[in-house]
Design a protein around this ligand. Structure first.
Ligand code: PEP
Length: 253
């Protein structure tokens, strides 16, 4: 059966000492509880090794990067490859975040390369999809999300697709304080699961974790996570404060 997952996306926030302190706080908070979900923190590349070194609750707290390169190695100045990420001890990588699609021109083609390299190196991709406001207002949100899944992931075998975590993040809800309603999230998550079922069958679809992302916070997480096709959250702003992040983790009880 699919897992419930709460994953933090720190984005380009915190210096290394600040990030290590935040990771220590989350690690400490997890010592006292048995979370009903997998907990992951995705941190800047510069932080991975230091953060990995302070995670003692390896069974409860996973570590991820926020991106990786679309090449394995070589003359790509400034890039960080999937094998490099894996060598830090990280187990996850966010791919296709809307900020990367929008500001860094990531396309389905580069994302297919990144997904393949992540999987080859034992990393679990957290693959982001989601429409912008104009697309929702034009009633194109289902088509847009379907195209992102088909173009970015449907080249995978069923076995490899089974290793992917999806994150539905309506772009209009990211960092805006405007959360999708629980019904809007459920409607899209059910559509995503149906899309997966049509390609890979019901079993693969039922086993795929689909996270919601977009202004998720302790006060709304419980209601959103209660929906049958919502399997947790990808958390931006609220993952930068241990108490808020843990409040979301504890929405699964
Ligand atoms: C994100 O960018 O993945 C995200 C969900 O951000 P926020 O929670 O800040 O909306």
């Amino acid at each position: 059966m699919r897992k419930n997952i709460v994953a933090g996306n720190w984005k380009m926030n915190t210096t290394v000492p600040e990030g290590v302190k935040l990771a220590e706080e989350v690690n400490e908070a997890l010592k006292g509880i048995e979370p009903k979900c997998d907990v992951v923190i995705c941190v800047p590349f510069t932080h991975l090794v230091s953060v990995n070194n302070v995670i003692t609750e390896k069974g409860k707290l996973g570590l991820g990067a926020e991106n990786c390169a679309d090449h394995k190695s070589g003359a790509y100045t400034g890039e960080v490859s999937a094998p490099m990420v894996a060598s830090t001890g990280a187990g996850y990588v966010i791919l296709g975040h809307s900020e990367r699609r929008q500001y860094y021109g990531e396309t389905a083609e580069t994302l297919r390369e990144k997904v393949a390299l992540a999987l080859e190196n034992g990393l679990t991709p957290i693959f982001c999809i989601g429409e912008v406001l104009a697309e929702r207002e034009a009633d194109k949100h289902f088509d847009v999300v379907k195209a992102q899944i088909v173009d970015g992931l449907f080249n995978l075998s069923a076995e490899d697709f089974g290793k992917i975590i999806l994150a539905y993040e309506p772009v209009w809800a990211i960092g805006t304080g405007k959360t999708a309603t629980d019904d809007q999230a459920q409607e899209m998550h059910a559509f995503i699961r149906q899309t997966i079922a049509e390609k890979y069958g019901k079993e693969v679809a039922d086993n795929t974790s689909i996270l919601y992302g977009g202004s998720c916070k302790p006060s709304n997480a419980r209601q959103i996570f209660a929906k049958p096709d919502v399997d947790g959250g990808l958390i931006g702003g609220a993952s930068l404060k241990c108490a808020d992040f843990m409040g979301i983790v504890e929405a699964f009880d």
